[in-house]
Write a protein that binds this ligand. Structure first.
Ligand code: UD1
Ligand code: PEP
Length: 417
């Protein structure tokens, strides 16, 4: 259980490069078992969740090589269709193996996935969608048994645009008989990335990135080589860290079109933003101004995965900001820790009212989840004095050596045991 020690007050200055997206590489690694062959996946981030996914794939019989930033999955010998509870609980993304195993082996036996404590995260929409494809699902004693003798394409209307349910249904439908249409699908860029990877293996999917996805079942897939899109949430986190420290940072391998909702709000705080084809530069040399109308929404709305980092910046803004979380029902827990650092934040259900203070003060705080943890690091970078952020493992789920990245641009941050 590591911790980060941060001495606040340094302006971040320089250039940081972003690697492939966690939320792309995880479903894509699960998807690699659909092909009874080899997949080469480039620009993979070295994250705790990626190692957890590799452990699950190895348990199922895959041979994996992680060399540099390339993951090579040899999925010729996937015999097992069961995943033990201890592996399922390591992260939310273990659930992608349900759709993938149904496609590959026509069966799956697993418990419920784990993941960060950010609210209620049922999988009812995943199960409902898979049942529409003809999968027989039995739930008992915490285990879910799926049998998919004959998977048939069907029309599926999602009650809400769940990212995970959209991806799981896509995975299960790739080799179904006939056509599957997912309506009210989630539109996140990572879904388009999954579509593109599956198509590079020979799948016939179109529409990802819109709310209707069409999957024409195919009989066979082939080997593929693919590069993961950049992590928009990591890029956004670095931009928030620069805004907090009134720094000047160029984030390379960041796609402006994936980050518009954040960039527009950072501009409202008074930051200057310049962007090119594959970089975003932020100059935040003044105290940020408060903003309201930050409402987290499915893509292309403001991402819930950047809500805590933005609240951290707003905690020192001039004026009062209002932030509404509509995706998860308990994603403001980290504000209790920001309050220990001197922030003035009132949370009422899904709404946070943030009265900006002149400065935060270093304190001992605990990361309870991934993005809440990132928000505390940002707060520590801007605070006066020393901050200890405990339970670094939550942050390691989604950020590769965050302390090295931030240190390379002037942050005074180290990992301690
Ligand atoms: C690995 C990955 O890509 N994780 C992302 C994914 O999570 P995840 O795929 O879990 O998020 P969803 O889009 O499914 O969840 C959104 C909302 O739908 C609800 N819901 C979801 C499924 C279901 O069967 N029933 C149901 O009610 C959830 O409780 C939540 O309130 O999208 C979230 C929303 O952008 C992001 O925060 C996560 O970083
Ligand atoms: C909630 C997140 O991820 P996951 O769905 O993997 O728990 C996140 O990335 O902020």
């Amino acid at each position: 259980m590591g911790k980060f020690k941060i001495n606040g007050g340094n302006r971040l200055y320089g250039e940081l490069k972003v690697n492939g997206a966690k939320n792309s590489v995880l479903p894509i690694l699960a998807a690699s078992i659909l092909n009874e062959g080899i997949s080469v996946i480039h620009d993979c981030p070295k994250l705790k969740d990626v190692y957890s996914m590799i452990e699950i794939l190895e348990h199922l019989g895959c041979k994996i090589t992680f060399k540099g930033r390339d993951i090579i999955v040899d999925a010729r010998d996937v015999k097992d269709s069961e995943i033990p509870d201890s592996l399922m609980r390591t992260m939310r993304s273990s659930i992608f193996l349900m759709g993938a195993l149904i496609s590959r082996n026509k069966k799956a036996l697993m418990s419920f996935p784990g993941g960060c404590d950010i609210g209620h995260r049922p999988i009812d929409l995943h199960l409902k969608g898979l049942r529409r494809l003809g999968v027989k699902i039995e739930e008992s004693y915490g285990y879910i048994k799926c049998e998919g003798g004959k998977i048939r394409g069907n029309e599926i209307h999602l009650d809400l645009p769940s990212v995970g349910a959209t991806e799981n249904i896509m995975l299960a439908a790739v080799k179904a008989e006939g056509i599957t249409i997912i309506r009210n699908a989630a539109k996140e860029p990572e879904i388009e990335d999954l579509q593109n990877f599956l198509n590079s293996m020979g799948a016939k999917i179109s529409g990802a990135g819109t709310n209707t996805i069409i999957i024409e079942g195919v009989k066979r897939l082939h080997d593929a080589e693919y590069t993961i899109i950049p992590d928009r949430i990591v890029a956004g986190t670095y931009l928030c860290a620069a805004a907090m420290t009134r720094g000047e940072l160029t984030v390379v391998n960041a796609l402006k079109e994936h980050l518009e909702p954040l960039l527009s709000k950072l501009r409202e705080t008074g930051c200057e933003i310049h962007a090119g084809n594959d970089y975003i530069k932020i100059i935040g040399d003044k105290r940020p101004k408060a903003v309201d109308m930050i409402v987290t929404l499915p893509y292309p709305g403001f991402p819930t995965d950047l809500q805590p980092q933005m609240v951290s910046v707003l905690s020192v803004a001039d004026g009062t900001s209002i932030v509404t979380e509509t995706i998860f029902d308990n994603r403001f827990k980290y504000t209790e820790e920001l309050i220990r650092m001197g922030a003035d934040i009132k949370v009422d259900g899904r709404v946070a009212v943030i009265r900006g203070v002149e400065k935060l003060m270093g304190a001992k705080v605990v990361a309870r989840d991934l993005r809440g943890g990132a928000a505390l690091i940002i707060a520590g970078l801007g605070a006066e004095g020393a901050t200890i952020v405990e339970e670094a493992e939550h942050i390691d789920r989604g950020y590769e050596s965050i302390e090295k990245a931030l240190k390379s641009v002037g942050g005074d941050i180290v990992r301690i045991m």
